[in-house]
Design a protein around this ligand. Sequence first.
Ligand code: S3P
Length: 745
Amino acid sequence: MPLRESRILIVGLGLIGGSLAAALKQYGFPGEILACDRDSCEIERGISMGIIDQGDTDLEALLPGCTMIVLAVPVMAMEAVLERLARAGDGKAVITDVGSTKKAIRDAAERTFGGLPTRFVPGHPIAGSEKTGVTAADAGLFRHHKVILTPDDATEAEAIGRVQALWTCCGAEVVAMGIDHHDEVLARTSHLPHLLAFSLVDTLARGDERLEIFRYAAGGFRDFTRIAGSDPVMWRDIFTANRDAVLAALDDFEEGLGRLRDAIAMGDGDAMLATFDRASHARRYFDTLMKQTSYQVGYQTMEHKKRHYRVAPGGHATGHIRVPGDKSVSHRSIMLGALAEGVSEVTGFLEGEDSLATLQAFREMGVAIEGPHQGRVTIHGVGMHGLKAPAGAIYVGNSGTAMRLFAGLLAGQAFDTELTGDASLTKRPMDRVADPLRQMGAVIETAEGGRPPLTIRGGQSLQGIDYDMPMASAQVKSCLLLAGMYAQGETRVREPAPTRDHTERMLNGFGYPVQRDGDTCWLRGGGRLTAGPIDVPSDISSAAFFLVAAVITPGADLTLEHVGVNPTRIGVINILQAMGADLALLNPHEVGGEPVADIRVRYAPLKGIDIPVDQVPLAIDEFPALFIAAANAEGTTRLRGAEELRVKESDRIKAMADGLSVLGVENRVHDDGIDIIGCTNQGPAYGGGHVDSLGDHRIAMAFTIAGLRAADEILIDDCTNVATSFPGFVELVNRIGMQVTEEAS
Ligand code: S3P
């Protein structure tokens, strides 16, 4: 909705009110901007700065003809202004405010108007500065900042739209939130830090009569206390109005401070390290989120800044490259390292968002973890029973592996936990782990339809079970083995087809015996893990995009170094070879119980095949890439028995079929697979176009390499999640000879 107000009245011409006026002027707002302030000098300054058209100290004189009124006075002064508006009331103007607490303002509006006016839209711009007064007004103050609106069910939609338009014109991003939630979140993210800054400066200043201490205070003091220069009246009002939420936040903080005090008093270096390490990484993670995303609560990304890839048609696939570490092994290295006794050193760790979410979760459960730094992570294991209850829900982002493996591991803990994820993960089935865990005696609640979030009640005594898995899933198998370590007796899992066996290999590597006989593996509860070094090989699932890139590009010669070629993961190699690909495994050897090799790939013409069903679980993550190979093969490639693809990060059969159709590649979709009719033209094999990855990292990467044989540019939407498994992907495809740019949408 465009901003159509003819006359906007700003009540309170301080930093926020003045900045709003300045931003509207800079935007080119064609209507009139009026201001009311009890200080006539501020009004004169506003007029001489050119940011308001007229003003007065008398509110009633300014009201006629105003279409919108913005209350920008301190929180405790709101009631008096609302009272005058209620008395004057023509009832037509939309009213909004900028107060930092919302409950107190809603209560004041209800008292003065005898109920919340339906055209009152409470708001709060999350922007500010320690400076005060209209002279500090800054037209850019709200640009790229959030404005939270807290309307209720009765608020007129039209009024909400108009207030939204007001802030959008100032370059802000508008989000909605409930009033209570707003006050609790702000108590922690804004009010508490201000309280600490005020208190620290006051305490130091009182203790040092001549204020000598400030002469020696440097960067740390300056960074921490800048906000102690903020407007005292405004902050007195905020703490008065949001008393309960601030006190709750302060109690939590005091508890944390007390723990740190004890650690220092007792010389407990491990406890100090654990706290500082968690904090320092959480702070860095927060920085990353600030750069990538628009709004977050805790670690929860509410709205990703969308990125798209622009892929120029054609290019080469040559060189020697190393893709990042294996995602499955990286997750497990943290999980087992954390539960082990002793210190585990990990190298080659995947610094992608999925495995980082697992790492962060263990920090939140009290495990000291150093790194990651260039793939190196040091985990100070706490033993099987050393985890601590996290302060809040564990957020695992996009990662199905993290959620399912955590479900098993946390079912065996003494404390309760909640597992949450992003929008994609929240649609994925979790009953496949919740059901067998319940058979073991775990108490787990899911949302409707067996979806996340998962609430896991701790302190249960688990019993080993003999479980026949209905689907071939390494995640389910691993979940049950992890729970089995905490269960009485044996936990046995039978798989209908072989799935990746990293959990079994790594448990054995950590000295926890896992047996296997044919299709069944089992372990006995009550054992221990012993820390050790872990060398994570490159991820064959990431390598797959480059294997296919080289296989489909005439003249290609590409070597991928140090790739994990565990027999339960090499479906992609087997399938490509069956299609006629020229792949050679060089320098095969073993690292930490996992086979690795360099893979050399050269172009060779491909033919379509019927993909053997027994290869499906062994190539489950590689089908998006394989579908691109199929699009470049002579004849039809048929895939069946792959219904699991429908419940991955997206419905991968549909996402790929839709994208292939955009490129002009003929295909037929089946419930459990797809037929792809390939093309072997000497030149481009298909066209270009605009493809939606549906936020699925592997769909985005598959259509990127498709560009090598496209006639025209391919534009791929929603590629942010490539960072979950493959940081540096764009740089690497460009290094082998493609031209791909990443742009903000
Ligand atoms: C994984 C197992 C596979 C795979 C996922 C990682 C693992 O899922 O798709 O990306 O690390 O155990 P399923 O076991 O559900 O097939």
